[in-house]
Structures are given as C-alpha cells and as structure tokens.
Design a protein around this ligand. Structure first.
Ligand SMILES: NC(=O)c1ccc[n+]([C@@H]2O[C@H](COP(=O)([O-])OP(=O)(O)OC[C@H]3O[C@@H](n4cnc5c(N)ncnc54)[C@H](OP(=O)(O)O)[C@@H]3O)[C@@H](O)[C@H]2O)c1
Length: 267
C-alpha cells in the first residue's frame, strides 16, 4: 500500500465474498440483504437452520450459503471461512468482508441479571468475536502476502453497542461484553490497519429486533422506551452503515460508527 497510487474510486462490491454471523435475524439478516443486493457472495451463520435456509432461498442459494452452528465454536468458524473460500462463485478466494455480528443481550445489572446466562453471553459476545476476528485476520494477512493476491480492501466489522462506550448501570453485564469488543476492535485496528486490513466498530443504540426478547427486557419497558425516544432504529438503518464502510476506497477507513435513534438521549 505505501507508495501505491491513491484512487478515490471505490473498489466494486460486486463479486466480493462476505461472512456474516448472526444472520438468521435482525441486523445480520439486514446486512446480508444489503450486501447481497450489491452483488456480494455471502456465507451466513446462526444456530437456527430454517431461518438461514429461508434467507438463502430469498436471496438466491447460489449466492448465499448457510453454515449452521455456534459462532464461538472453532470448527464452525473454520467451516464458515472454508465455505467462503471454496463454495461460492469466486472459488479459491478468502472472504474479504467478515461481519462479527452474532450476539445477545441480558436484562439487568451485575446484581440483578440472571447469572445462569452470563457464561453463554460472554462466550458468544466476547470469545466468539475474538476467535472469528483472529481466524479471519490470519487468513486475510496470508491472502494479502500471497503471490496471486487480489486487489481490493479487506474488512472486519465488529458489532459493538452504545453501552460498550457509555456505561449503563441497567445492562452492566451485557455492556461489559461490548466494552470488551470495543477494546478488541480498536486494538485489532491498530495491529491490522498498517497491514491493509480495516477493522471497524459499529455501535448502535436502540434497534428493534429479536434482541429485546432474547435479552429478557419486559415488553412494557421497551414500549415505554419507544414512546419516549422512538422511532428507534431498524436493522436496515445499521446495515446502511456497514455498506457505507465497505464501499469506501481502499485507503479510507471509517473505523467507528455510533448510530442512535435521533431522539435517544442516554446512554
Ligand atoms: N438490537 C439492539 O438494540 C442492539 C444495539 C446495539 C448492538 N446490538 C448488537 O447487534 C448484534 C445483532 O443484534 P440484533 O439486534 O440483530 O439481535 P437479534 O435479532 O436477536 O439477532 C441476533 C443474531 O445472533 C445470532 N446468535 C446469537 N447467539 C449465537 C450463537 N451462539 N451462535 C451463532 N449465532 C448466534 C442469532 O441467531 P440464532 O438464534 O439462530 O443462533 C441471531 O441471528 C448483536 O451483537 C447485538 O449485541 C444490538
């Protein structure tokens, strides 16, 4: 990269290969639709096979391929990256976009939340993110060094949260997992940016999805939030941010996007 001619033209999205975790619902499904619409081949992950199968049928099974399983499982992670490399239209190429999106919330603080769910949340939100980031980065770096390296940017996108930047005493265990990925993403940006891999953190505020039900937020509480600060974000609002990041010319890195409903005051 240093010494190369700078062009302000974006590298085309069409024909790139993406891996997206947590694509069976919400933000991950919206990111998949948006990237697929731009001609990106997608490998989609989640634990529910039917939802992934429906998404593949909707977008075209030749362009979108499911890998079902736990996003924190090393075997599943290698499978996602292998499928991206060998099974899609651009056979033999490593994924050049990896979206680390799978995650879950948990209502309550360190004192009041259900401690029986802590381990699964930490495993999914932190270990799953770190393991995929590591595996994707190793492959991207090897790809860039190989003789037949492809032109074009490499992107790792990590879903953080506003509660991973501004402390909320009301979701302190969930928030602590997002503080962890905030730090992980910025450390990886400093390590990998100089080697040509863009690591980006997207930090949404309130987004209406399955998230609230999985986290165990009371419907009446969320209805009150929406009444006070709504309209809240849709998954498509977040997907536009991801598309904006990956569309930038290779020498431009929009490395952090905080996106909130306009009327959200806190956190
Ligand atoms: N919604 C919000 O207000 C909000 C705000 C800030 C940040 N975020 C973050 O954005 C990301 C997506 O959230 P969302 O709103 O789209 O939530 P969602 O609608 O509940 O979707 C979560 C996705 O993650 C997948 N997932 C969860 N655990 C998994 C595991 N162990 N292995 C594989 N996939 C797993 C789920 O699929 P399966 O159930 O099929 O496995 C689902 O596809 C999360 O990281 C979340 O923390 C959300």
């Amino acid at each position: 990269m240093p010494g190369e001619t700078v062009t302000n033209r974006s590298f085309p999205l069409a024909g790139r290969v993406a891996v997206i975790t947590g694509a069976s619902a919400g933000i991950g499904a919206a990111i998949t639709r948006s990237l697929s619409d731009a001609g990106v081949f997608c490998v989609v992950n989640g634990r529910r096979s039917q939802q992934l199968e429906d998404l593949c049928q909707e977008l075209g099974p030749e362009d979108v391929t499911p890998v079902v399983g736990d996003c924190a499982d090393d075997v599943v992670i290698e499978r996602m990256l292998d499928v991206a490399k060998v099974s899609l239209g651009t056979k033999g190429r490593e994924a050049d976009i990896v979206v680390i999106n799978a995650g879950r919330g948990l209502a309550g603080s360190a004192v009041t939340s259900d401690a029986a769910q802590w381990e699964e949340m930490l495993r999914t939100n932190i270990l799953g993110a770190a393991r995929l980031l590591r595996a994707a980065a190793q492959r991207m770096l090897a790809d860039k060094k190989s003789d037949d390296r492809r032109a074009g940017p490499r992107d790792i996108i990590v879903l953080g949260s506003t509660v991973g930047r501004h402390i909320s005493p009301f979701s302190s265990m969930y928030g602590s997992t997002k503080f962890a990925v905030n730090s992980l993403a910025e450390a990886a940006r400093r390590e990998l940016g100089p080697q040509g891999v863009r690591v980006t953190l997207i930090e949404p505020g309130f987004v209406e999805s399955e998230f609230q039900g999985v986290a165990g937020y009371k419907p009446e509480w969320f209805a009150e939030v929406k009444g006070r600060i709504g309209p809240v974000l849709t998954p498509e609002d977040v997907a536009r941010s991801v598309r904006f990041v990956v569309e930038q010319p290779e020498h431009v890195h929009v490395s952090d996007i905080l996106i909130r409903p306009t009327r959200q005051d806190y956190p």
